[in-house]
Every structure is written in C-alpha cells, then in structure tokens.
Write a protein that binds this ligand. Structure first.
Ligand code: ZN
Length: 325
C-alpha cells in the first residue's frame, strides 16, 4: 500500500462512512419522492480514488484480496458492509473482473453474479479527491451526488436495456459494441444530419424553457416532426429503436440529476441558471437530447414513471411524447 503525503491527506481525506451514508440517503429519497418507488436492493457500489476502492455491498467471495473491513452503511433498514481494496499498478479492480486505469469514469456496468453473464449491475464512481488530483478542478459535493444519482438511476434500467440491445443486435445490422454515443459517432460528421438535429434540439430547448403549456406543446410538436424527418431520412432499420433505447437510459438518469440539482439549488436561484450549471454533464448528444426529451415527458405525460420505472422495457420517448400531444 502506498503511503500518502501529509499534504495529500489534507487535500483529499478518505471518504468517511458518513459521506457514503449521505449519498445513500439521497438515493433513497430520490427513489421514494421523485421516482415513487420503494427502494430496491442496493447494487454493488465501487467508490475509488488514486489509492483505494471502497466496495459498498460487495459480494465478498468475489472481492480481490487483500481486503480491509471499512465499516457499515444502512440501506432501506439493512446494514451493508463496506470493504476497502488497494488499487494496483494496473488500476482499480472492478466486479466485472476488469482492472481499469485510474481515470474519471463514472459508470453503471453489468457483472456476472453466480457466473451468469449480465445477471447483475454495479456502479463505479470516482471520488471527489480524484477529480482534484486529475487536475479536473474540484467537483462540488452537490454535483458529485447528482453524478452518482445519475449512475444509480441507470441501475434501474440497465439489465433490461442490455437485453433489449442484444435483441436489436440479433435482428438488425447494428454496431457490435453497446454504446449510448452510437448515433453521435455515426453522424457527427454529416453536415445535413447535424443541421436537422440542431433545429430539432432548438425546438426542444424552446419547449423546455417555454413560459406556458401551450407554447411548450407547440415547440415539442415541432421538435418531434424534425426527429421523425431525421430518422426517416438517415436511419437504417433498427437505428430508430436503438436511438430510443439509449435516449431512455440517459434521459431518465438526467431527469433524476436535474431534479436533484433543482431541489438543492440556492434559494431563489432561477431554474434556467441551475440547468445551465449542469452544462458539464451534457457533453454528449445522448445526454443533452435525453435530458430535453425527458424534461418534457416529466411535464406532459401523466403516469410516465410507471412506464419507465415499472420494470418493463422502456418505450420510445418519441412515441410517448407524440401520444401525449
Ligand atoms: Zn449515463
């Protein structure tokens, strides 16, 4: 185990059990108050910094030795163990058996519980101290919590989405790797596509920031008409379904993230300002587009939570909005 310098200790204290508990309390409140769900079993959670990973609720028989007991947290009335594992020269060991370089990559991923492929999901989250040590500047506690809630939300859909994606891959000619950036990767260099997509996004932005319901509906209609035009013109069979799948996954997670940021914004801060403060989380097409679509779904579609968090495959956000208008 590497020793940390005195100054590193000052700048980057270990996460305490209390810090982890605060995060889990936010997730429990999000489940109950925003998603209207009783909290489900907590997935395996890996919080890591430059030196260690803290495994919350791990399957202990799978953990890579040497392992140090690091305390307990409470989740939905149960006590769950926390174990600390030192990183190696290769990086951070994860439940899927991979060892990843120590980078700033928050993610939800499948792992083979009981040796069965894609049977469970885990979440990896870099700790705030890693953001600082990577020279990425500091991340506020609020943004760090909202980033973690984004990944937790993915765990509610992840295994269904993986199954849906494999079914689409079996039926259509789609890229081999599962990737929520597949549309962006394929079309970002196509000026005609980007032109339609940008107009579609502009209307969606108008809908999100509209002052009244009628204007919001009218702008959503314009955006959806352009989306359909774009899909008809450019997509091979299966791509419309794949786009809907990735936008559902990212859109739901961004909806949770935005709601959390709004609830925790300084009193009196106008909501567009809070939304703009999240620009750092909107770096990809699937994030930005998904956030806009699900903001409108949250506003226009009664009962939308049951359709997206009820356990079944997520419906297309384009279909859901069209039906609501
Ligand atoms: Zn995401």
């Amino acid at each position: 185990m590497r020793r940390r310098s005195f100054f590193a200790l000052l700048a980057a204290p270990d996460p305490t059990i209390g810090d982890m508990q605060v995060l889990l309390n936010h997730w429990e409140r999000t489940c109950r108050n925003q998603l209207l769900l009783a909290p489900r079993p907590l997935p395996w959670l890996v919080l890591y910094d430059q030196h260690h990973a803290w495994h919350v609720n791990p399957q202990r028989s799978v953990l890579k030795a040497p392992v140090t007991a690091a305390g307990e947290v409470r989740w939905a009335g149960r006590r769950l163990g926390v174990r600390r594992v030192a990183n190696t020269a290769a990086g951070v060991w994860l439940p899927d058996g991979e060892t990843i370089p120590i980078e700033l990559g928050a993610a939800a991923k499948p792992w083979p519980r009981g040796g069965r492929k894609d049977s469970a999901v885990f979440v990896q989250i870099p700790l705030p101290s890693l953001f600082r040590s990577k020279g990425a500047g500091s991340i506020s506690t609020q943004h760090w919590h909202s980033l973690a809630l984004h990944e937790f939300t993915h765990t509610l859909h992840f295994l269904t989405v993986v199954r849906q994606w494999r079914a689409l891959q079996a039926k259509f000619d789609l890229p081999r790797a599962a990737d929520d950036d597949m549309i962006e990767t394929a079309f970002k260099g196509n000026a005609e596509y980007v032109d339609i997509f940008n107009r579609e996004k502009k209307w969606l932005e108008k809908a999100v920031f509209a002052n009244d319901a009628a204007a919001a509906r009218a702008a959503t209609r314009e955006s959806l008409a352009l989306a359909r035009q774009r899909q008809r013109r450019f997509f091979q069979p299966g791509w419309t379904e794949a786009e809907a799948l990735w936008l559902s996954l990212e859109g739901c997670a961004l909806w949770v993230q935005v709601r959390f940021e709004l609830e925790n914004a300084p009193a009196g801060q106008p909501w567009p300002q809070t939304a703009m403060g999240m620009a750092g989380f909107m770096g990809s097409w699937s994030h930005e587009h998904g956030a806009g679509l699900f903001w409108m779904i949250g506003n226009l579609v009664p009962g939308w939570r049951t359709r997206y968090f009820g356990g079944g495959p997520p419906p297309s956000p384009f279909d859901v909005l069209e039906q609501a208008l």
